[in-house]
Design a protein around this ligand. Structure first.
Ligand code: GLU
Length: 353
């Protein structure tokens, strides 16, 4: 496909997300044989001077195998213990396999909190950029051992999307055991120009004991990166030379095409890295002014406000049907909203989704 070829020919910085199912065998043990094949492919890209960032799952799966657990634990402390045990196994395998190619790896464990605060966000960006500048490959995972619900990313598809957004990657590749987004009769959808309701309806959850996510979380990841201006390819990591073929623009898996306007770093942070502290519902005139005319949000366009938020907090902007269409940093707290006049969210502090 010409479009794919053009889009992928020049990519340099690539985030590759590897799912648990790819890294572990039928007994959930880390499979050096399977991982070796992926590492060899990544080493080839590294040789071509591509900058690679890996987002790797597999810690909880490997920890489960180590502890002899067949079912994914329900208790948080059990999950966290499995993650701690599995993560060190995982890194040992990567370290050894990349070492055979003379490539150094660096472990980066993140929680959502680390990227929410702007200063910590920039620090994480700089650390990753410095690892890359040293010619090493950062291997990111969620810091599952300390992350509790409030500070969790949720799943690694989302973490992959946020990592790509954080480091301003040219491409995100999600590899798992599925061929791509499937439509009727198991045909792979080759390209998704826009994530419509029909596209979302094609996605299901995972059926594996060690994995989370499934296609639904991959579509959520697609929404993030494509809005940020980064393409996403979902492909089967078991396929020989999958990375080479994806980058050659061959019709492998499903490509989600990015929005034309790429968001700058601060706007990406506003759009994706915080949970909104409240909601502002606006009238149709205000929606039009924000979406079509590039205006700031004025108090007079606000119909109602929900939630306890302070000045400077991120809020979700919704239309009268409660559909979120923008996010921004409010100049006015929830308590003061009723008596507010003038600009409530400045254009520079807002992102249309
Ligand atoms: N962080 C989890 C792990 O390493 C994986 C989460 C996911 O795959 O979405 O086991």
């Amino acid at each position: 496909m010409k479009l794919r070829h053009e889009m992928l020919a020049k990519v340099n910085r690539i985030v590759i997300k590897l799912g648990t199912g790819l890294l572990t065998d039928a007994q959930n043990h880390l499979s050096a044989r399977q991982i070796e094949g992926l590492v060899a492919q990544i080493a080839t890209l590294h040789e071509l001077k591509k900058q690679i960032i890996i987002v790797s799952s597999g810690a909880i799966g490997a920890g489960m195998a180590e502890l002899g657990l067949k079912q994914r634990p329900k208790r948080l402390d059990e999950l966290q213990a499995a993650a701690a045990i599995g993560q060190s196994k995982l890194m040992a395998v990567y370290d050894e396999l990349f070492g055979k190619f003379g490539i150094t790896v660096g472990q980066v464990l993140l929680t959502h909190d680390d990227l929410k605060d702007r200063a910590r966000h920039l620090n994480a960006h700089n650390t990753l950029a410095t690892i890359l500048a040293h010619g090493a490959v950062p291997i990111i995972n969620e810091n599952d051992t300390v992350a509790v619900e409030e500070i969790k990313f949720g799943d690694n598809d989302r973490l992959g999307a946020l990592a790509a957004t954080l480091i301003d990657a040219d491409l995100l590749i999600i590899l798992s055991h599925v061929e791509g987004l499937l439509e009727g009769e198991g045909r792979v959808v080759p390209a998704v120009p826009e994530i419509t309701h029909e596209i979302e309806a094609l996605a299901g959850d995972t059926d594996r004991a060690t994995s989370v996510g499934g296609m639904k979380s991959k579509i959520d990841a697609a929404k993030i990166v494509t809005r940020a201006g980064i393409p996403l390819v979902i492909a089967n990591g078991e396929r020989a030379d999958v990375l080479r073929d994806v980058l050659a623009g061959e019709e492998v898996g499903t490509i989600f095409l990015p929005h034309a306007d790429k968001l700058a770093s601060r706007k990406r942070w506003i759009a994706f890295f915080q949970h909104p502290a409240g909601v502002l519902v606006v009238d149709d005139g205000a929606k039009q002014a924000l979406c079509a005319n590039g205006k700031s949000l004025l108090a007079k366009g606000i119909v109602s406000s929900e939630g306890k938020f302070e000045e400077g907090d991120l809020v979700s902007i919704r239309d009268k049907n409660q559909v979120e269409f923008a996010r921004g940093l409010t100049k006015v707290s929830g308590i003061q909203m009723k008596s507010a006049t003038g600009v409530v969210i400045h254009r520079d502090d807002m992102v249309i989704l």
